[in-house]
Design a protein around this ligand. Structure first.
Ligand code: KIV
Ligand code: ZN
Length: 522
């Protein structure tokens, strides 16, 4: 066994298992295409996560391809695919990760009576057999096997003892106990880990893992309780995205372990300076802004408004700050480059912002940056991040925005004329609307022939000043599918148009892929 490998018990640390690309992607509007998943996986590598759950290979050909490509691209972390206990799932998962330098599989089946009776229609014996069979089959091909008792927090502990005993015998190397429905309270969740570790023969040979959902806002607290009771892996997502109220948030749990090391006594190996770039990158990719009050990475996480607080922080930072913003990778000086900066400085800056410069058209981004410098006196880090991800968005376009002309006055209806490139041909349409954005959106719907429901539309000024880049994010729904889009521009109508075009491109990409079958995954 290599020293410091995931199963190495000589070193005591909390493994970080990132499921942004699987459980995270299951939340509405968070779908990502393969290139975007690879960009996120590279950032996960820079964060130094231990395990990447790249997807659920058997769920669709698109998912299989994403897992396969992420497995090939990731050169540090273990990469695995989720799998039910069915033969076709296990085989697809194994094929998808075969080229990963460090491959793994994550097999799960529900163990709670409520799931057995109403969802699986299986007896406890059936579940025990299916779990043991699947782990035995996978073990013939690879060593790293995680097994999950889905809905563990509502399962009978003694039945889970039986299941875990058998799957460990069959070769499982990690046992995950999820709080699938976000129902647990820290004290009881912690006790479950103690009980399992005490009663399962061979418990000391495996890593115990916690996977918590945030329905009661307790995912981080429950994960920490599990660690206090012997868990040495936490499953989480960037920005806490995931089914319903989301999963345990990586940035929160990692910084809790670091900041309260005095109490926890054990830490992760995450390079915390990559947390902020990861959060911003994901937000740009899925087109969903990070709420200002989000712990660790929200815009207000280190903002002090009250006079007494400001006074205290100015005298001595630690009076009101328990973490240093620079430890999270938040640029201490947001003013970065200007009109006289060269390409080299620009590229270096991209790297420190967590951008994979081999994955973006740096020349095009630099040209856009220079154009922005001509328009704005100061260019901030967030402006640059927005520019680059805007550039990345364009590389996966089916629809391209060519021109936009809007007119509005207080006495007449707003009018928009939009020109777009669709399948190599330029098409224009005009429309009136209730405001410029409405007119522009109607013209875009006419050109693309897609008429989705606009479920959410939000505008955010990335930086101060009326010439700041504005970022628009939107969520559109069509034919049962919800996707997000984002766009940034110094003209807010233009940013709105870019956001919608980005969302429609994602919708188009998704509808070109066969739909996922309904699964019992949470
Ligand atoms: O929430 C859950 O139980 C899951 C399992 C598939 C691990 O996501
Ligand atoms: Zn889950």
């Amino acid at each position: 066994m290599e020293t410091g490998s995931i199963a190495d018990k000589s070193a005591d640390w909390v493994r970080i298992f990132d499921t942004t690309l699987r459980d995270g992607e299951q939340s509405p509007g968070c779908t990502m295409n393969v290139e975007e998943k690879i960009a996120i996986a590279r950032q996960l590598g820079r964060l130094n996560v231990d395990v990447i759950e790249a997807g659920f290979a058997a769920s669709s050909p698109g998912d299989f391809e994403s897992v396969r490509r992420v497995a090939e691209a990731a050169d540090g972390p273990i990469v695995l695919s989720l799998s039910r206990t069915r033969e076709e799932d296990v085989d697809a998962a194994l094929r998808a990760v075969v080229k990963a330098p460090r491959p793994g599989i994550h097999i799960f089946i529900a163990t709670s009576d409520i799931h057995l009776r109403y969802k699986l229609n299986m007896t406890r014996e059936d579940v025990l057999d299916a779990a043991t069979w699947a782990v035995t089959r996978a073990k013939k091909q690879l060593d790293y096997i995680e097994f999950s008792c889905e809905d563990a927090s509502r399962s009978d502990w003694d039945f889970m003892v039986k299941v875990c005993t058998e799957v460990i015998r069959a070769g499982a190397t990690t046992i995950n106990l999820p709080d699938t429905t976000g129902h647990a309270i820290p004290e009881e969740f912690g006790r479950m880990f103690s009980y399992m570790r005490e009663h399962v023969p061979g418990a000391e040979r495996v890593i115990w893992s916690a996977h918590c959902h945030n329905d009661l806002g307790l995912a981080v607290a429950n994960s920490l309780a599990a660690v206090k009771n012997g868990a040495r892996q936490i499953e989480c997502t960037i920005n806490g995205i995931g089914e319903r109220a989301g999963n345990c948030s990586m940035e929160e749990v990692v910084m809790a372990l670091k900041t309260r090391h005095d109490l926890m006594g054990v830490q992760s190996r995450i390079n915390t300076r990559q947390i902020y770039p990861a959060s911003r990158l994901l937000s740009q990719v899925i087109g969903q802004p990070v709420p200002a009050n989000k712990p660790i990475v929200g815009d207000n996480a280190f903002a002090h408004e009250a006079g007494i607080h400001q006074d205290g922080v100015l005298k001595y930072k630690l009076t009101y700050e328990i973490m240093k913003p620079e430890d999270i990778g938040i640029p201490s000086n947001k003013l970065v480059l200007g009109k006289h900066s060269g390409r080299h400085a620009f590229v270096e800056r991209l790297k420190t912002l967590g951008i994979d410069t081999s994955a973006v058209d740096v020349n095009a981004a630099f040209a856009e940056f220079k154009a922005l410098c001509d328009k704005k006196k100061v260019v901030y880090d967030d402006d640059i991040l927005a520019l680059v991800t805007e550039e990345a968005r364009r590389t996966v376009e089916n629809f391209e925005l060519i021109d936009l002309h809007v007119a509005s006055s207080s006495k007449t209806m707003a009018h928009a004329k939009v020109t777009m490139r669709v399948a190599g041909a330029d098409r224009s349409q005009e429309a009136d609307g209730d405001g410029m954005v409405d007119a522009c959106y109607k013209a875009i719907y006419r050109i693309t022939g897609i008429n989705p429901t606009l479920e959410r539309y939000a505008v955010k000024a990335i930086t101060g000043g009326t010439d700041a880049l504005g970022e628009v994010s939107c969520l559109v729904r069509d034919d049962g599918m919800t996707v997000g889009g984002a766009g940034a521009h110094s003209d807010i109508v233009m940013a709105s148009a870019l956001a919608l075009v980005n969302a429609l491109n994602r919708l188009k990409t998704r509808t070109q892929q066969p739909l996922k079958p309904t699964t019992d995954v949470r």
